[in-house]
Design a protein around this ligand. Structure first.
Ligand code: HEM
Length: 505
């Protein structure tokens, strides 16, 4: 036999061997899934979303590439749940996902079945490319290590010092608001304020974009670059599996500049030359982290991830809340009366803020009606089950194969009249009187990955809302537009928060 023939036989045998192993692997996988499904009593999904192409999913690819974004996407997802039930499958021959707004399933994904789920690969890849590898992209041991390191940094924050820092940035915001009754859009001001504040408490150096007096070309560039990066992350996530074909050179340049900006503060902190200009008398998060690690990349990634976690979310919450308050003068008045009766016109202390019940209800109601992270997802890290959604009545478990996604919808879950009472589409702070919704209310997520900055975010929001209502006797909306979402890293109102304000005497 010639050498060439021998080689060809070898190739053929290797190919047949590989094919047999692949077929055996598939049979084994199917048998394992079948066994799991039977042992847990799983049934087919109660309902399935209609799809045009049930094989490959070309309609999904077409939608990603060419369809116009739906203006009221969140409302449309809520209506789909009303039609199809609280859990339904979105199934093709090649891949499938399960959509749910059932709190029992969400609790399972986030808590009781935590080890069977991880962050979706598509989200991890979209974020990692632009922000590096931090708490928002980590799974398993690396995630629990990162969380363990970050936790004490938040616990160490001194509330009094945070409130002082907030007051400095709030005063800068006030200087941006004209004294007469001119129309002003509060939304960009809230985004600048939360950027100024977040960079201050994270690195001890505020971007101070609200401060007109300071010359800050470098800081302005950083804020623009940060926006470019976050917009690109959202675009990539919308592209789904097609994201790997998208290259955006402008975003890559922006990312390099963002990294350089943060690296300067990291270097200063590591060299002990950090001359913080902050009003924060406690230690900032970067100082706290650099005591644990001197790895520059790790420090930068963690700082950037907390910036994303803290800045946009809080700005969105403030915008969503004031959008509604400006349209509901009786609620604004009631809130103002409470704040003034407890703290007068002076900045409230942490203790005073905690005793403002109506303020808390207003914030809770905003996060219910317009959660800033309205939809989320987890990927099955092994074959597993969801407790509900299978069978004709939806009460049987549902098999979730390894690699498939569970998309959970907080926006729809927060509209359950059985939990929140009548008119769940209305903003009614009083509904929170005695209400304990448990796992039916998840603006900050739940389980081991619950928002690490929840208390911090609430302190920040309570303080800023109380200062706004102390300062302005009236606030009225200049239009009667309804709240429509702007879907980004966090969700806010598309039309901004255009108001007319009168200052208190
Ligand atoms: C209104 C404000 C906020 C809301 C609604 C909010 C909501 C959330 C949600 C829903 C998650 C879970 C994301 C997921 O696992 O997919 C999360 C995670 C996180 N949040 Fe917040 N957040 C807010 C403010 C903050 C602030 C101010 C900070 C920091 C100062 C912060 C730090 C974090 C971190 C580090 C995580 C990741 C936790 C982990 O994966 O272990 N958040 N947040």
């Amino acid at each position: 036999m010639s050498e060439l023939l021998e080689y060809q036989y070898l190739m053929l045998y290797s190919f047949i061997l590989l094919l047999i192993s692949y077929i055996l692997h598939c049979i084994y996988k199917q048998a394992r899934q079948h066994h799991l499904s039977r042992s847990k009593g799983c049934k087919d999904a109660q309902s399935k979303a209609p799809v045009k192409d049930p094989f490959i999913g070309f309609d999904f690819i077409y939608d990603c590439l060419f369809a116009k974004p739906v203006e009221k996407y969140l409302d449309s997802t809520f209506k789909t749940f009303q039609q199809l039930g609280a859990t339904y499958a979105y199934k093709r021959w090649t891949w499938e996902a399960v959509y749910t707004c059932d709190s029992r399933n969400i609790k399972h994904v986030l808590a009781s079945g935590f080890d069977d789920f991880k962050l979706p690969r598509l989200r991890v890849n979209a974020m990692m490319g632009l922000l590096g590898s931090g708490i928002f992209t980590l799974n398993g041991h690396s995630w629990s290590h990162a969380r363990g390191v970050l936790r004490p940094c938040f616990a160490k924050q001194n509330k009094e010092s945070i409130v002082n820092m907030l007051e400095t940035h709030f005063q800068a915001l006030l200087r941006r608001i004209p004294n007469d009754k001119a129309t002003i859009d509060l939304q960009p001001l809230f985004f600048w304020l939360t950027m100024d504040f977040a960079t201050d408490f994270l690195m001890g150096h505020s971007t101070r974009v609200l401060d007109r007096a300071s010359s800050h070309a470098k800081e302005k560039q950083f804020v623009d670059d940060y926006l470019t990066c976050s917009t690109e992350i959202v675009r990539k996530m919308q592209l789904g599996p097609l994201q790997m074909f998208s290259i955006n050179f402008a975003a890559m340049r922006a990312r390099s500049r963002v990294f350089r900006y943060i690296d300067d503060f990291i270097d200063a902190s590591l060299d002990g030359k950090d001359e913080s200009e902050s009003t924060n008398t406690g230690c900032n998060v970067l100082q706290c982290l650099s005591a644990v690690t001197t790895d520059r990349k790790q420090l930068r990634d963690q700082i950037l991830h907390i910036l994303v976690a803290s800045r946009d979310t809080t700005a969105c919450l403030l915008s969503n809340l004031f959008f509604i308050l400006a349209k509901k003068p009786h609620i604004y008045d009631k809130l103002r009366r409470e704040v003034i009766s407890i703290a007068g016109v002076e900045p409230a202390t942490d203790h005073q803020l905690n005793s403002m019940e109506y303020l808390k209800w207003c914030v809770q109601e905003s996060l219910r009606l317009h959660p800033v992270i309205p939809t989320n997802a987890r990927e099955a890290s092994r074959d597993t089950v969801l407790p509900y959604g299978g069978g004709e009545d939806g009460n049987s478990p549902l098999l979730i194969k390894k690699g498939n996604l569970v998309m959970y919808n907080i926006y729809a879950m927060h509209r359950d009249a059985r939990i929140f009472g009548p008119d769940p589409e209305e903003f009614v702070p009083e509904r929170w009187n005695g209400l304990r919704p448990g796992w039916n209310y998840l603006p900050f997520n739940g389980g081991p990955r619950i928002c690490i900055g929840q208390k911090f975010a609430l302190l920040e929001t309570y303080y800023l809302v109380s200062r706004m209502v102390q300062t302005f006797e009236t606030m009225s909306a200049v239009d009667d537009l309804e709240w429509i979402e702007l879907y980004a890293l966090a969700t806010t109102c598309k039309d901004g928060v255009k108001v007319s304000l009168t200052r208190s005497n």
